[in-house]
Design a protein around this ligand. Structure first.
Ligand SMILES: NC(=O)c1ccc[n+]([C@@H]2O[C@H](COP(=O)([O-])OP(=O)(O)OC[C@H]3O[C@@H](n4cnc5c(N)ncnc54)[C@H](O)[C@@H]3O)[C@@H](O)[C@H]2O)c1
Length: 242
């Protein structure tokens, strides 16, 4: 089994939040990490602050041609799709702009589809791969006022099921992860009442930590996790028990 130091890992949404934490974790373990994000400035800043080196890749994952140009030649062992946006929130489904729904689907669903479309054939040819799409509890439960986000994450969960079955005999696993709220700088900046509103639905009555997120992802994409595919892992402090 390949050690992390021998692995090539592609992570999208790499300049912030979950993606940034994952990049720094795997870079510290001396994996060759390609950190993909559309935000060049934040990616450069993250590179400067990282305790270990990684390869920054500026790419908009909603553009298939750009994804092909930047990622097709990378012999990836692991792909983690963390690029995502919420779009408009706090609106009834009949009030949301249709263009906003399309924009959210383009990042959350098509972005993850394009990167996996480009990297899966190489994984299949090499007989090994781990793909993880970061979905959300919203994709399982449906959050009122968040049609685009919830529906796009449900689509991501559906894609993991399809790709997991398609790849089942190839040595490549494809799974999804459905976190509830994870404590990122974004959540740090929210008023405590807002955070309490979100965590009240969580039986553990708290947010998840980035350390917990990193540990769960590292387990899912490890070579040892080899008999689970097409599955949506939970990370919700007991909110979703299925
Ligand atoms: N933070 C949470 O509590 C939480 C909970 C459940 C699911 N998630 C999911 O985890 C993922 C990461 O969330 P986060 O909180 O770290 O978000 P974040 O906003 O901190 O980071 C997302 C990153 O994606 C990048 N990105 C956006 N559009 C892109 C594009 N078109 N091409 C390339 N990169 C693009 C952004 O520049 C940003 O750096 C998202 O998919 C999110 O839906 C987060």
């Amino acid at each position: 089994m390949k050690a992390w130091a021998e692995q090539t890992i592609v992570i999208t949404g790499a300049a912030s939040g979950l993606g940034r934490a994952l990049v720094q974790h795997f870079a510290t373990l001396q994996a060759r990490v390609y950190a993909v994000d559309v935000d060049a400035e934040r990616l450069t800043q993250s590179r400067q602050e990282s305790p270990a080196p990684f390869e920054p890749v500026v790419c908009d994952v909603t553009e298939l041609v750009a994804v092909e140009q930047t990622l097709a030649s990378i012999p990836a062992d692991v792909l983690v799709n963390a690029a995502g946006i919420t779009g408009q929130t706090n609106r009834k489904s009949y009030e949301v702009d249709a263009a906003d729904i399309e924009r959210v689907f383009r990042v959350n669903f098509f972005g993850s589809y394009y990167t996996s479309r480009v990297l899966l054939p190489g994984m299949v040819a090499r007989g090994y791969g781990r793909v993880l799409h970061i979905a959300s509890i919203a994709g399982k439960e449906g959050n009122a006022g968040m049609l685009a986000y919830s529906a796009s994450k449900a689509a991501v969960i559906g894609m993991a099921k399809v790709q997991g079955k398609e790849m089942a005999e190839t040595g490549v696993t494809v799974n999804a992860l459905a976190p509830a709220v994870i404590q990122t700088p974004l959540v740090d900046a929210m008023p405590p009442e807002q955070v309490r509103y979100m965590t009240d639905k969580i039986p553990m009555k708290r947010t998840g930590t980035l350390a917990e997120l990193v540990a769960t992802v590292a387990f899912i994409v490890s070579p040892q996790t080899s008999f689970t595919t097409g599955f949506t892992f939970d990370m919700s402090g007991g909110r979703a028990t299925y």
